[in-house]
Design a binder for this molecule. Sequence first.
Ligand SMILES: Cc1ncc(COP(=O)(O)O)c(C=O)c1O
Length: 326
Amino acid sequence: MVVTTQRALFARLPKVPELMPFMPLADGLPTPVEQVDERLWVQREEHTSSAYGGNKVRKFEFVFPVAQRRGGPLVTAGGIGSHHVLAAAVHAERHGLDVDAVVYRQPVSDDATRTQEALNRLANVHITRIPSPYLMPAALAGRLAVLAPKRPYLLWPGASTPLGTLGYVSAGLELVEAFEQNGWPEPHVVVVPLGSGGTAVGTALGLAMAGWTRAEILAVRAADFVVTNRAVLSALEAGTAALLTLAGWRPRPVRMRIARQWFGGAYGKPTRAGDEAMRVAEEMGLTLEPTYTAKAFAAALDQLGRGRRVAFVQTFAGPHASTAAG
Ligand SMILES: Cc1ncc(COP(=O)(O)O)c(C=O)c1O
C-alpha cells in the first residue's frame, strides 16, 4: 500500500495542506474515470483505497488527524449496514484508533448483512443499537458524555463537515482533469448519491474550481429529508467554501439540483428502478448496492434517456471490501 500526500486540491491551492489537518489514508488516487457508453462516464470511487474504498476515505483524511490528536475513540453513527461506520472502523484500526458506533435498524439486504458481519468481526468497535434514526442525536450525546474522560471525537455521520467535505473537492477536480486529458466533452450532468451531502457538495465545489460552468451536479436523495435538504447542503457548501477561501480561493457558485423521486420513501429500502439500474450496471461491469448507488444510477439512466451526457460517481466500495474487512 503506497499512500502519497499528493491531492488534486493541494495542487490547486497549496495552502490547504499548510492550514488544514490532513492525514494520508487513500492509496488509489486519482481514481479511474472510464467511458462505459457513448454518453456515459463513470468515476470509479471503489478504488480510492485498497484497505476500504468508496467515498468515505477522502473525507476521513481531513477529520481523522483531529481524532488522532485527541486520542480517544471516534464516536459516530449510521444504519446497521452502514458503509460509513465500517469504513471508519477499518481505517481507524489501521491507525490504532477505536470506534464507538450508534447504529439503527435498516431494511435487510445482502449488502447490509455483509457490512454488519464485517463490523462484528472488528475488535476496535463498540456498538450501541437504537431502534430508530430519530434517537441518534440523543444516543450520540449519551456516548460522548460516557466517554468524555477518554477525549472522544465526534465523527459526524457520513463525515460531511466542511473539513471532511474538502476531501471531495479533489474528486471533482480529478473528474475534470480526466475529461480534459481524454478530450471528452463536458457532460451535462454529474450524478452522485446524496446521503450526508459531502460527496455532492465537495464534487460540486471541485467542478466550479476547475472551471466547469455547464455541468450540473444531480444529487440523488437516498436518505431522509431531514438530512438531505437544500438548507443542509447550502450550509455545508458555505462552510466548505469558507475553508477554501482561507486557502486563497475566490468562491464561485455551484450548480446543484436535488433529485427526490428515486428515494422510494425509506432509507435502505430497495426500489424497482434501483433494482433494474443495478442489473444494467452489472452488464456494464459495475457492482452497485441498493441504498445509495442503485438509486443514483437509476437517475443517471433516466438522464441518459433524455439525451444528456452523464458522468456517474460510483461511490460504493464493492462487496469484496466488506468481505475482506475484519
Ligand atoms: C455507497 C455510498 N454512496 C454514497 C453515500 C452518500 O454520500 P454522502 O454521505 O457524502 O452524501 C454513502 C453514505 O454512506 C454510501 O455508503
